[in-house]
Design a protein around this ligand. Structure first.
Ligand SMILES: [Zn+2]
Length: 331
């Protein structure tokens, strides 16, 4: 790469189901996109090979050579050592333990590679090119099967000592609440994620409550998802509305904590559950007004994300451009 050049970044969203690779310009524009299935149960080596093909495919589609790339940015779920480019553990990739993905890709492709947590990436993406443009302090939450987060303070991603900051889904909301995937009890994720919404609906149906959710799922309760519950709630189903409002109240408690700690101008909510819109956000806003200190509660706006499923890709690209800029400045 020529010094000072700003070729595209090849950004990758390494998810549990899909690997998406895309060439992204410094303006945030996606110029090519390629994807394949992750098939995580085949183990790290097979996944890395597919990831390499996806990267090569997206690079070729954009009519680029890998030598023209500014870098490669990988967004992945889990606990990442971003400094060393290591995926230590990931809920989406059960066989991955301390995999030095950054070095592996840099060796095979000859391009500097940077890792970033997927929710941190989405926070960066929304901050630069989405709902959080021109905002200095924002907190981003992705509410889907789990809950992830990213924190921007003074225009920069707050990473913490190890790059692990922003695990908003795992703040304790109810000390004796249901057990979370992380092993703890009463985490926000265990109370307000899509998984939690579906589980609570099924629990109440099993207790004999009646609801149109059961008809929508054709009585196969194991197929009920948060989407089923949302659909029933939109049709005015009492149980569904109640389950969604409860989850939204828990979300509001989490947001009130964030408002008191960070005093952000903006909270951006992405992920599948954000599609519920005001059905989820309005009760949460109300709880924030009731629980947080008045001045920061009046200041904060709580809005839906704008970049949709592109947030991780765009954010991984932003992160890579920034890392390369830092490197060039240091050199
Ligand atoms: Zn947890």
């Amino acid at each position: 790469m020529q010094e000072g050049s700003r070729g595209p970044v090849l950004a990758v969203d390494l998810g549990g189901t899909k690997i998406i690779a895309a060439a992204v310009l410094p303006s945030g524009k996606i110029v090519s996109r390629n994807y394949c299935l992750t098939l995580a149960d085949e183990g790290p080596e097979a996944v890395i090979n597919r990831l390499l093909s996806a990267v090569n495919g997206a690079t070729a589609k954009a009519k680029l050579k890998t030598s023209e790339l500014t870098g490669i940015g990988i967004a992945a779920a889990g606990i990442l050592d971003t400094e060393k480019g290591i995926i230590t553990t990931s809920p989406n990739l059960p066989d991955w333990h301390d995999v030095p993905l950054g070095d592996i890709l840099a060796d095979r492709l000859g391009v500097a590679t940077y890792l970033i947590n997927d929710a941190s990436a989405a926070a960066l993406g929304e901050h630069r090119f989405g709902a959080g443009k021109r905002v200095d302090n924002l907190v981003y939450l992705t509410v889907s099967t789990g809950i992830g987060g990213g924190i921007i303070t003074n225009g920069k991603l707050y990473s913490g000592a190890n790059g692990c900051a922003g695990e908003i889904g795992h703040m304790t909301i109810e000390a004796h609440g249901p057990q979370c995937n992380c092993g703890n009890f009463g985490c926000l994720e265990a109370l307000a994620s899509g998984t939690a919404v579906a589980r609570e609906a099924v629990r109440r149906l099993n207790q004999g409550e009646t609801s149109s959710i059961a008809q929508l799922a054709e009585a196969r309760l194991e197929t009920i998802t948060a989407e089923t519950v949302a659909l029933a709630a939109r049709q005015g189903d009492h149980l569904a509305c109640d389950v969604v409002t409860k989850a939204a109240n828990y979300l509001g408690i989490g947001l009130a904590n964030l408002v008191n700690i960070f005093n952000p101008e903006l909270i951006v909510i992405g992920g599948g559950l954000s599609k519920m819109g005001d059905m989820l956000l309005e009760p949460a806003r109300k709880v924030v007004k009731e629980r947080a200190f008045q001045l920061p509660a009046r200041t904060v706006r709580i809005v839906r994300a704008r970049l949709g499923s592109n947030a991780g890709i765009v954010g991984a690209a932003v992160h890579t451009f920034e890392q390369q800029l830092d490197r060039n400045t240091e050199a």
